[in-house]
Design a protein around this ligand. Structure first.
Ligand code: FES
Length: 149
């Protein structure tokens, strides 16, 4: 049994320890807000937070998160920063197709947790690995600035 805290709930999971965290949250726990994009750590669609750090869940085996806190998009609203991001995303209509946006939001939440007032360069550096085929990058940047206020 692997013991992992997922969204504030302690879980004891009977699962192969090389299972990607992405499939744990989506297929075992039904937390489908985390998306599969490339499966190779290249696009950011699968981003979750582990002890606050943004990680690519598609290339992170569950053995790497034993004893740690995994947070998915379903609990973005658990803190003030996450709620501010949600509000900004809605107010600024950041989303177009939406597929990448849970990963974008989790990456943005990790950024703001470490840097409460990032400038454009800091935002671009933190977010550059999260791809958006709709090209919502200017609105993502604006949303992060709005949430930081
Ligand atoms: Fe994980 Fe693309 S699906 S980085």
């Amino acid at each position: 049994m692997l013991k992992i805290d997922i969204n504030g709930q302690a879980r004891a999971l009977d699962i192969d320890d090389d299972t990607p965290v992405l499939w744990l949250v989506r297929d075992v726990l039904g937390l489908t807000g985390t998306k599969f994009g490339c499966g190779m750590g290249l696009c950011g669609a699968c981003t979750v937070r582990v002890d606050g750090t943004a990680v690519r869940s598609c290339i992170t085996p569950v053995s790497d998160v034993v004893g740690k806190r995994v947070t998915t998009i379903e609990r973005l609203d658990r803190d003030r920063v996450g709620r501010a991001l949600q509000r900004a995303w809605l107010d600024l209509e950041v989303v177009q197709c939406g597929y990448c946006q849970s990963g974008q939001l989790m990456q943005a939440a990790a950024l703001l947790a470490g840097n409460p007032a990032p400038d454009d360069d800091a935002i671009d550096a933190a977010m550059s690995g999260n791809l958006c085929r709709c090209g919502t990058y200017p609105r993502i940047r604006a949303g992060i600035h709005a949430a930081a206020r």
